[in-house]
Design a protein around this ligand. Structure first.
Ligand code: BDR
Ligand code: CA
Length: 314
């Protein structure tokens, strides 16, 4: 079983992703670590603990992580989309909360990696502050990380939090640059280009709600999130970004990836947080010294939806 750590800022789509991670028998979920992002780290930590309680995973330690980006202060959160509690106003429906680990996120990740006989996969579905801090604090562990699967960035789609930038990268661009451009860990980036194509409809959520208490609790988080995406798409559907990344972490090959060197705009101008994919490809990476990242630009949306359904209802 593949050892997995999920670093997360729940978050409506994070909740779907954690449900997939908690209910997939082929992976060994060794830890969940939390980070600032959609809401404060106090909220994301409480939400992660509640979600794992609902999923019956009191065995999984939850480590509290960074409460702010590495360098700049966070200007905006996502309460308008995810609700002020991060779970569409329904956080209290989840639980009972599992215990919080006495280890903070970076220490918990390090202890899991050190204790593991196999290299560990890390799925990071929030801002990359904890991951960049881990790489800086424990460079000796880099070779024991099998793979990063990151939800974030955009190559040609444009942004969601600004005209150009995707939220997770925008929320800590310096950290994202450290991870995407400055690490040697094999990395798959799952950008908006793909996740905005893999939507679930209101009818899909209704059917999920009818399948049992976990599906019902997840579907009930939808209100503000679905409204925001429906306004964007022009019909009642929402993107479940983080769940797509989790599926790729659990079942490699779910997405089709193109190797591209990636840099991140850390300026304070309108491009802040933009991921710049070098479409000249890996040869350019070799020339310029940047390493290629596997950018998930394609997948079969129906197959991904079907697999999410199977894991959320199984
Ligand atoms: C990402 O930003 C957050 O709002 C979501 O949870 C997801 O991780 C999408 O841009
Ligand atoms: Ca997230």
């Amino acid at each position: 079983m593949t050892p997995l750590i999920v670093d997360t800022d729940p978050g409506v789509d994070d909740a779907f992703a954690l449900a997939v991670a908690a209910r997939s028998p082929e992976i060994d979920l060794r830890a969940v670590t939390t980070v600032h992002g959609n809401v404060t780290v106090d909220r994301t930590t409480d939400n992660a603990r509640r979600l794992l309680g609902t999923f019956g995973r009191a065995d999984v330690p939850v480590g509290r992580g960074a409460d702010r980006p590495l360098v700049h202060l966070l200007g905006r959160r996502s309460a308008g989309i995810h609700g002020t509690d991060g779970l569409g106003g329904r956080a209290a429906d989840f639980g009972p909360p599992v215990d919080e680990s006495s280890l903070r996120a970076v220490a918990l990740m390090a202890s899991v990696i050190e204790a593991s006989e196999e290299p560990v996969v890390i799925a990071a579905i929030g801002p990359l502050t904890n991951i960049a801090t881990l790489l800086s604090a424990r460079p000796d562990l880099e070779e024991s990380i099998a793979r990063f699967v990151l939800m974030g960035g955009s190559i040609g789609y444009g942004g969601n939090v600004s005209a150009a930038a995707e939220f997770n990268v925008w929320a800590d661009p310096e950290a994202a640059r450290r991870v995407l451009a400055g690490s040697v860990v094999p990395t798959t980036m799952v950008p908006l280009d793909l996740t905005m194509r893999i939507t679930v409809s209101a009818a899909w959520l209704d059917e999920l709600a009818a399948c049992g208490p976990v599906g019902a609790a997840l579907a009930a988080t939808r209100e503000s999130y679905l409204a925001a995406y429906s306004a964007r798409f022009g019909h009642a559907a929402m993107a479940v970004h983080d769940a797509v990344a989790l599926l790729e972490a659990i079942t490699p090959g779910t997405v089709s990836a193109t190797p591209l060197p990636i840099d991140v705009d850390t300026s304070t101008g309108p491009g802040r947080g933009t991921t710049i994919g070098d479409l000249r490809g890996p040869e350019a990476a070799a020339t310029d010294g940047a390493r290629p990242v596997d950018v998930a630009l394609d997948a079969d949306p129906d197959a991904v939806r079907a697999e999410l359904w199977r894991r959320l209802t199984g």
